[in-house]
Design a protein around this ligand. Structure first.
Ligand code: SF4
Length: 268
């Protein structure tokens, strides 16, 4: 995933997963000529994000890694709290995470651009991968299941963004990452986002945890299946998904108007 001399942006939210990722990448890239940068996105969630940002800054400073903090307010003109207040009737059924997700992905792209990094590493773990798979399975979204294939993302990013994305921790259980962060005294925020329970993700998470408790290893074997399914869909479709420029902001988009512009238009 990493090549000599690359400039790598590490998306650090200040939680256990991303602080562990920054810590580990710092250890393993020290002698590889790799330059690490921490990217932190401040969504603007009062009473929650402030502590996480401080933790990210504290860790980056202790590892002598430059950190760039970008906020939704600065990039889009409103905080997530403000955006959620603005949800009009048309978006009443839209969960907070569905509003937040596209803004966060765009924020990471912008932060990566500002830093001039070659690739961005995110801290998605095994549990995240499985939850995302089931969410897309239940909503019948094959396209997004295809995105779970690491090769698909690299190909698209390579052609259009010139920015690779990697997820080095998708084979690691969430619990193990929490244990790792704790054992290494990493400063991380243990509190969860106040909006996280609106969608179906938490129910899937609890279900998978219960399955794993009764049948140890089931999550890991499911991940292998998920990756095979994603790769098969990918191979079958030949990466044929059309990529275009958003007619409004010019960003790379899967439709005539990108999801960020659609979201912001509905909010304002
Ligand atoms: Fe955004 Fe949802 Fe994550 Fe909260 S849990 S930061 S709302 S994506």
């Amino acid at each position: 995933m990493l090549h000599f001399g690359e400039r790598v942006g590490v998306a650090v939210s200040g939680g256990k997963d991303s602080t562990s990722l920054l810590f580990v990448l710092n250890e393993i890239t020290r002698e590889h000529g790799t330059k690490l940068y921490a990217l932190t996105i401040d969504e603007g969630i009062e009473g929650y994000r402030e502590e996480a940002v401080k933790n990210a800054e504290k860790l980056a400073e202790s590892l002598s890694i430059p950190i760039l903090v970008c906020s939704y307010k600065e990039l889009f003109g409103l905080t997530l709290d403000e955006a959620l207040q603005e949800r009009n009737e048309k978006m009443a059924k839209t969960t907070s995470c569905a509003v937040c997700g596209p803004l966060r992905r765009r924020s990471i792209d912008r932060a990566a651009e500002k830093l001039g990094v070659n690739l961005v590493a995110t801290a998605h773990n095994l549990d995240d991968m499985l939850q995302t798979f089931y969410i897309n399975l239940y909503s019948g979204d094959l396209e997004r299941i295809k995105w779970l294939d690491p090769r698909f993302k690299s190909t698209v990013a390579g052609e259009e963004f010139k920015l690779r994305r990697i997820k080095p921790m998708i084979e690691i259980y969430e619990q193990e990452l929490a244990f790792f962060a704790y054992l290494n005294n990493l400063p991380f925020q243990s509190e969860s986002c106040p909006y996280m329970n609106e969608g179906i993700r938490t129910e899937i998470r609890l279900h998978l945890n219960e399955l794993e408790r009764k049948h140890p290893g089931v999550k890991y074997s499911t991940l292998k299946t998920v990756l095979s399914i994603a790769a098969s869909i990918n191979a079958g479709s030949g990466n044929s998904r059309p990529i275009m420029r958003c007619g409004n902001c010019g960003a790379v988009s899967s439709g005539p108007i990108c999801s960020v512009c659609q979201t912001l238009k509905l909010l304002t």
